[in-house]
Design a binder for this molecule. Structure first.
Ligand SMILES: CC(C)(COP(=O)(O)OP(=O)(O)OC[C@H]1O[C@@H](n2cnc3c(N)ncnc32)[C@H](O)[C@@H]1OP(=O)(O)O)[C@@H](O)C(=O)NCCC(=O)NCCS
Length: 394
């Protein structure tokens, strides 16, 4: 098989659902902007050279429905010949799209494909606008539809992850993000046009555009004492709170994947290779354990050990599950490079975008720190885990 090279990997800021900068910005516009930016940042690449755009989205309906992979690429001004698809595996949709794009290149079927992700949790709430669980199946098997917060409580209870550990993890996520923002380390962010509606003197509303260039969920004011005071939101006497859960967020991200031949032809400098991607199923009512099983699977396929991995992006769907997975995998949160600029607790988890967002963060940080191997991983609603291995280009 050929190699698949990531030559550009970028993201919009992540902004708070309903309260943040993108609350009036349609998801197609977020995705179109990041697709266009990814192409502009890729040396001599012209949009007509892209064969396909695979776009992850967890709830592909309403404003992000029909086929947002195609709609957004046309909105971005790509020629009609550039096809587009929507990919859904809930929280890993973005990396699933990157993996599919990479496979197309590895197989020799395509030379340039974009893998992307988008989610506006403002426009389409988690669960979708009209959830319809199977009425007969759910009588016996309600687990498949377990609320994500309850799955986090289950992981905390079954595997003894304390409230104190969760809050400390959340505090660290916020502090790492605060530091990274102050030091300008989020270089994978592309400033993104956002929409707001401003009331005019005559009482009418006018649509205006402004530029958003930072993640607006980061809370500098976070303290351990403040986190400890928050009430559990998913269970009476539970331990999962708004402070130690991922934030619900709007955002988009994209990676340009190329063959070695195209890299040479265009004279671009690749960042990393996509080496292995794998998924695994687990019990639905404790879906947060997913990375614990997905990461070893990827390592085995690559012939590597956990010690060979210099950097991780492990999605912080909830502190309880991220802590449990790291503990079981022997990843020392104090010493290892895990979510070095903070994770979804501080930066948000825009579901279908997250896999593509974590890829942009990971390869950018691998490059800065000269790390050879990096893994991104996440748990997935319904009971699954996904992991992807990247190798830095020399
Ligand atoms: C937990 C959850 C329900 C909270 O939703 P929310 O109430 O809208 O959350 P917010 O971020 O607005 O926080 C609510 C309040 O908690 C408090 N809070 C949150 N984070 C805090 C922190 N770090 N320090 C102190 N207080 C904090 C604040 O009072 C905040 O209100 P404010 O924004 O007006 O100051 C929501 O974030 C959620 O569902 N997360 C999980 C998403 C999920 O399941 N994703 C899929 C995973 S597989």
């Amino acid at each position: 098989m050929r190699d698949a090279y990531i030559v550009t990997s970028v993201r919009t800021p992540g902004c708070r659902r309903l309260k943040g900068a993108f609350k009036d910005t349609r998801p197609e516009d977020l995705l179109a902007h990041i697709l266009k930016s990814a192409v502009e940042k890729t040396g001599n690449l012209e949009a007509k050279m892209i064969e396909d755009v695979m776009a992850g989205c967890s709830f592909p309906e309403a404003e992000q429905g029909l086929n947002i992979g195609r709609i957004a690429n046309q909105l971005a001004g790509f020629p009609a010949e550039v096809s587009g698809a929507t990919v859904n595996r809930f929280c890993s949709s973005g990396i699933e799209a990157i993996a599919l794009a990479s496979l197309r290149v590895m197989s020799g079927w395509s030379d340039v494909v974009i893998g992307a992700g988008v989610e506006s949790m403002t426009y389409v709430p988690m669960g979708g606008n009209a959830p319809r669980p199977h009425p007969d199946w759910t009588k016996e098997h309600a687990d498949l539809y377990t609320n994500m917060g309850i799955t986090a409580e289950n992981v905390a209870n079954r595997y003894n992850v304390s409230r104190e550990e969760q809050d400390e993890f959340a505090f660290n996520s916020q502090m790492k993000a605060v530091k990274a923002m102050k030091e300008g380390l989020f270089t994978e962010i592309v400033p993104t046009p956002a929409t707001k509606f401003v009331k005019q003197e005559d009482g009418t509303m006018k649509k205006e555009t402004f530029i958003q260039d930072f993640d607006d969920g980061i809370r500098e004011s976070t303290t351990l004492a403040g986190l400890n005071k928050l009430r559990a939101v998913f269970a009476v006497n539970g331990s999962v709170t708004a402070g130690n859960s991922s934030q619900t967020t709007d955002g988009a991200a994209a990676s340009v994947i190329m063959s070695g031949d195209m890299v040479k032809e265009l004279g671009v400098t690749p960042i990393a290779k996509v080496k292995v991607y794998s998924t695994v199923g687990c019990q639905a009512d404790e879906m947060g354990v997913g990375p614990r099983y997905a990461i070893p699977k990827v390592l085995e396929k690559a012939g590597l050990k956990i010690e060979d991995i210099g950097m991780f992006e492990i999605n912080e769907a909830f502190a309880s599950q991220a802590i449990y997975c790291c503990r079981e995998l022997g990843i020392d949160l104090e010493k290892s490079m895990v979510n070095i600029n903070g994770g979804a607790i501080a930066l948000g988890h825009p579901l279908g975008c997250t896999g593509a967002k974590l890829c942009a963060s990971l390869v950018s940080n691998m490059k800065k720190h000269g790390v050879k191997y990096g893994i991104e991983s996440m748990c997935i609603g319904g009971g699954m885990g996904a992991a992807a291995l990247f190798e830095l280009c020399e």
